[in-house]
Design a protein around this ligand. Structure first.
Ligand code: ZN
Length: 315
């Protein structure tokens, strides 16, 4: 029988973070510069504790190792996905991420990082960087060496409800004034190219320019996707992407909605409103993981839930 596990968020202070995760969601933020809520994660840098049920008090990585049957025996050594909510008060660094093949060789077998963003909120005039203007890889590397950021970076306006797919090797930066749900491979491999000359505790943060140049792709992979409406009982479901690593969806729950639990496992993150998932009370910023099983997932609202499920991955 499937389990519905609630997770304790892992909150991270970042030089660019703010206080919205506390102010909007009531999460217990460690500082006024809290940038990330790792709301569903088994990554060693933020391994969520289970808050209820038979595995209460255990970490998600532990349950993943001890009970593969709960995850439909999904292949792989590590829990494959990570869901975050990002409060960018200031700009994040200009960066890119490796794919699995590069990370395997250069990052001790770590996973690569394919990620996607759903914009939960954006200040008027907020922007985001998703791509570059270089025509060739050589031109791209030259512009990085010459720090021609204004010429190189492609900046776009963002608003609530926008979705972006960030393939490995995509030059990107989340910018200040945005609140974002991120679904990604379980990886923290970020290659920072430019950090606006900022200091953290009096020191500039490390740059990883050579690795970035190795993995950057020219031209930039397409970051847009066509959303698809999926019929569900009692709610409105929008599917944004269905890539080999994950499927990302949004479910708007009215009074009561029902979705089939027909995947390896289902990650549900409440981003607006509140209600219940399989009878467990949930509020924004918190996630539930429904393990493999044959029952439907029952949600009551009104609330909006982002849903992540694993794709076919490497196999
Ligand atoms: Zn990134």
């Amino acid at each position: 029988m499937s389990q519905t596990m609630l997770l304790k968020p892992e909150l991270k202070s970042m030089i660019w973070g703010g206080n919205k995760l506390g102010a909007l969601y009531g999460l217990d933020i460690p500082t006024e510069t809290t940038g990330e809520d790792w709301t569903l994660s088994a990554h060693p840098s933020g391994d969520c504790q289970i808050l209820n049920g038979p595995y209460q008090g255990e970490t998600l990585s532990h349950v993943w190792k001890e009970h593969p049957e709960l995850f439909g025996d999904y292949p792989g050594d590590v829990f494959p996905l990570l869901a975050k909510i990002i409060d960018a008060k200031q700009d994040l660094s200009i960066q890119c991420h490796p794919d699995d093949a590069y990370a395997k060789v250069h990052e001790n077998g770590a996973l690569g990082k394919t990620e996607c963003w759903y914009v939960l909120d954006a200040d008027p005039g907020a922007t985001i960087i998703t791509g570059h203007s270089a025509k060739t890889k050589q031109e791209l590397c030259d512009m990085i060496d010459n720090e021609e950021w204004d010429k190189l970076l492609v900046e776009k306006p963002v608003k609530k409800g926008d979705f972006f797919m960030i393939e490995p090797g995509t030059l990107h930066a989340i910018k200040g004034g945005t609140l974002i749900y991120e679904l990604q491979q379980s990886s923290d491999k970020t290659y920072r190219i430019y950090d606006y000359g900022r200091l953290q505790n009096g020191q500039p943060r490390e740059l990883h320019t050579q690795k970035a140049k190795d993995v950057l792709v020219c031209p930039t992979p397409d970051t847009s996707r066509e959303p698809v409406e999926i019929p569900v009982e009692g709610g409105k479901m929008t599917r944004f992407t269905n890539c080999r690593f994950f499927t990302a969806e949004k479910l708007e729950v009215g009074e009561k909605a029902q979705i089939p639990e027909d995947r390896y496992f289902t990650m549900l993150t409440v981003v607006e409103g509140s209600g219940t998932i399989d009878g467990e009370n949930v509020r924004p910023g918190m996630s539930a993981l429904v393990t493999s099983g044959d029952k439907d997932i029952i949600l009551t609202g009104p609330m909006t839930v982002m849903i992540g499920t694993p794709g076919k991955g490497k196999f």
